[in-house]
Design a protein around this ligand. Structure first.
Ligand code: MN
Ligand code: MN
Length: 469
């Protein structure tokens, strides 16, 4: 080898595709793990479903509801569920908890369309549900695709009706129509942003009139009658409902080579699943390991199930109580001594839209888990920006365990921007860095990830919790 080549290998950052030179054995491991991931996605499209399936998986691995436990000791495995929409899990470590905890935090909510509180109406022989989109979506992507309805309707007497329709082959799906190109002259002149307007996202749900001619709104009546028979509800019950429209697609393997996953809601269920499976297989860690499955990240982390709420503080305080070590101010000190990976997806480099990326600072699919030292937009505004010392520690763990990682920014300096739950924990004093899987078509009904990165995220999260930082 030439001297310059040798020097290059020694001095330059190695950037290689993770599939390059991979063993058949590792490839099988990755594919098997991702098959389970896709199954999980198919049963967990909303935050409530994530909590439900995750609770079941946790209980199978011996995790117990914290509220049923009086005293905690090293090795104990617990979980806590907040309003059925967010969840925390912990494995108590050998070290005194005062020395800090190691947190991985992901979010269960994904962009979607929610039903308005008064959703049902009839127009010219069709019945519709009105929607209000949740999170940052490109509205035109949500028309003319099969949609399923998931969620709950709670009646005034407290009775809860769970809805999930449109997922099975024998069930109907729903869709939002769009104009035919022949008549879309004016629409096509609109900016892409306004191509479809919020008030045009109305879900088509029926067209058959109630068989009595004299009454008005016969199609609406027919639908309401069906809903009444099927779910026992009246129109007023929609005011106390949370019904979410999600793509009715199944998670699928993508590509002739089977290297990728296409699925709805991988932001951020890919990090939920990888973090969850990592903590479920964790035994007797040195430092207490905590996994956060948060809600409301896509709309600013507000509300009593969002990361901005104090419920997480209460959860950790309760662990301190039940370990018998709590004292004034201890919670704050625990946070100041704690470390975290904010497990959220990153924008993957998309060659078709190369102009928005800085190719030297992008997350590439297939190159491992992506770290973002900071997020924020235009001048790092709103970013928590991890300390170099902390980044070095995380690097050290990954390099020791031969976990492939890349460090990236979300888009070009004057173009990009975004946020996660990182700053919320950082504001409490925790050392935090964003660390997740790069995604193509983020926030679209069908998002794309690399199976290599998914497995590498699982390995990275496992390594983070096993190591005392
Ligand atoms: Mn996210
Ligand atoms: Mn997002």
């Amino acid at each position: 080898m030439k001297k310059s080549e040798e020097l290059k290998q020694q001095l330059f950052k190695q950037e290689k595709c993770g599939w390059q030179g991979i063993s058949e054995e590792r490839k099988t491991e990755i594919f098997t793990y991702c098959d389970q991931y896709m199954q999980y996605l198919n049963h967990s499209k909303t935050e409530r479903e994530i909590v439900k399936t995750s609770k079941q998986m946790a209980e199978e691995k011996g995790f117990k509801d914290l509220t049923t436990i009086k005293q905690l000791k090293a090795g104990d495995k617990i979980y806590y569920i907040n309003h059925e929409k967010s969840m925390y899990l912990a494995v108590i470590g050998k070290n005194p908890i005062e020395k800090g905890i190691q947190i991985i935090g992901a979010h269960a909510d994904s962009p979607r369309l929610d039903l308005k509180p008064n959703p049902l109406y009839e127009d010219t022989g069709f019945a519709y549900f009105k929607t209000h989109y949740y999170g940052g979506i490109k509205k035109y992507q949500w028309t003319t695709i099969p949609l399923a309805i998931h969620g709950v309707i709670v009646k005034a007497n407290g009775e809860k009706v769970e809805i999930c329709i449109g997922e099975n082959e024998d069930e109907p799906i729903f869709t939002i129509t769009d104009l035919l190109p022949h008549l879309a002259q004016e629409q096509m002149e609109r900016k892409l942003k306004e191509g479809i307007k919020g008030e045009e996202l109305n879900l088509l749900i029926g067209s058959m009139p109630f068989p009595e001619k004299e009454v008005s709104e016969t199609v609406k009546l027919n639908i309401m009658n069906i809903l009444n028979q099927k779910y026992g509800i009246i129109e007023q019950d929609f005011v106390s409902a949370e019904l979410e429209l999600v793509p009715a697609f199944k998670a699928r393997t993508l590509g002739f080579d089977g290297s990728m996953v296409a699925a709805y809601g991988q932001d951020d269920k890919v990090c939920v699943y990888t973090a969850l499976t990592a903590i479920l297989s964790l035994e007797k860690p040195t430092t207490t390991a905590v996994c956060i499955i948060s809600d409301k990240e896509e709309i600013g982390s507000m509300g009593n199930t969002g990361m901005e709420s104090h419920v997480f503080d209460t959860f950790i305080a309760e662990i301190l109580n039940k370990l018998g070590v709590n004292s004034p101010n201890l919670l704050d000190k625990v946070f100041c001594n704690s470390k975290m990976l904010s497990a959220d997806v990153d924008a993957g480099y998309d060659p078709i839209y190369a102009q928005v990326h800085d190719k030297h600072n992008s997350g590439y699919l297939g190159r491992g888990i992506g770290m973002n030292k900071y997020t924020g937009a235009r001048g790092k505004t709103g970013a928590s920006d991890a300390n170099a010392e902390y980044v070095a520690k995380i690097r050290q763990i990954f390099e020791k365990e031969k976990i492939q990682y890349e460090v990236a920014e979300l888009g070009k300096v004057d173009t990009g921007g975004g946020g996660t739950i990182a700053y919320i924990l950082a504001n409490k004093g925790v050392d935090v860095i964003d660390c997740g899987v790069p995604v193509l078509s983020m926030h679209a009904p069908y998002e794309v990830t690399s199976k290599f990165d998914i497995y590498e995220a699982y390995r990275a999260y496992t390594a983070f919790w096993k190591e005392e930082i």
